[in-house]
Design a protein around this ligand. Structure first.
Ligand code: HPA
Length: 250
């Protein structure tokens, strides 16, 4: 079965891997996916903001994207997020391996169970991010010269604006580590469809209030992104569908 890489801000291709573009239409809309070629034909790539970063976080068609991956037979997803760091435990350009989330998004289509026709499924979120792939990210990180930090809680905001310093202070008090705009509803929509989902977050700035004003890091970032992609490919290749157990529906 194919596995997928979902790219966020800055990840618009698979760094040299040949792909074929395919538009997939389903009941939720359309999704642009890229099918790996040759030795990478078991990989599907999706870049959630579009190749030219024209889709803002609150307008991403998360359901169409996830449904398209499911229909292609994908059972494991590795996802990436550009984030702000809200604690010094997660330095800029190190990688945060996500284990939990706090969801502050609103107004998005956030469930496949909303048509009143079929029986409702309540996806279980005790381990929102696949422990098998997340552990593998931690163990393989050094091979790609990446400092990975385990145990990150991702705070999902609605965007597209950045946060205020008081909001960031609140997120710190709630136990968040990194803040971004897209992991929710992606992670639980994948769970609703029975797909395994693991994710890395790349802090590209310190969040509001941690410095006088937000400065996005740009230097050396291409190299980091390339290493991240190679790490994710290795994680997908060194794990398999059978050892990963998706969240259950209650
Ligand atoms: N806040 C929210 N989303 C982000 C940030 C941030 O500071 N940096 C990158 N994506």
């Amino acid at each position: 079965m194919p596995a997928a890489i979902m790219g966020g801000t800055g990840i618009y291709n698979l760094s040299g891997i040949e792909v074929e573009a395919r538009e997939i239409t389903n009941e939720y809309g359309s999704a642009q996916v890229y099918l790996g070629q040759g030795e990478h034909e078991d990989i599907v790539f999706l870049t959630r903001h579009g190749k030219d970063h024209s889709t803002p976080p609150h307008k991403v068609n998360y359901r169409a994207n996830l449904r398209a991956l499911k229909d292609l037979g994908v059972r494991r997803i590795m996802s990436t997020y550009a984030v702000g760091s809200i604690t010094t435990d997660y330095p800029v350009l190190d990688l945060a391996v996500l284990r939990d989330f706090l969801d502050f998004t609103h107004g998005r289509d956030f469930s496949f169970f909303d048509d009143l026709q079929s029986a409702v499924g309540h996806v279980e979120m005790s381990a929102p991010f696949c422990p098998v792939m997340s552990d593998k990210l931690m163990s393989l990180g050094p091979k790609y010269n990446i400092q990975c930090h385990d145990g990150a809680t991702y705070v999902a905001t609605n965007g597209p604006r950045f946060e205020s310093p008081a909001e960031i202070k609140m997120f710190q008090m709630l136990g968040g580590h990194v803040v971004g705009m897209t992991c929710c509803p992606e992670v639980y929509l994948a769970g609703e469809l029975g797909m395994n989902f693991a994710a890395v977050a790349l802090p590209i700035n310190l969040a509001a209030g941690l410095e006088d004003k937000i400065t996005l890091v740009e230097d050396n970032i291409d190299e980091v992104r390339k290493n991240m992609i190679n790490l994710m490919l290795d994680v997908l290749r060194s794990t398999n569908d059978e050892e990963c157990t998706p969240p259950i529906l209650l």
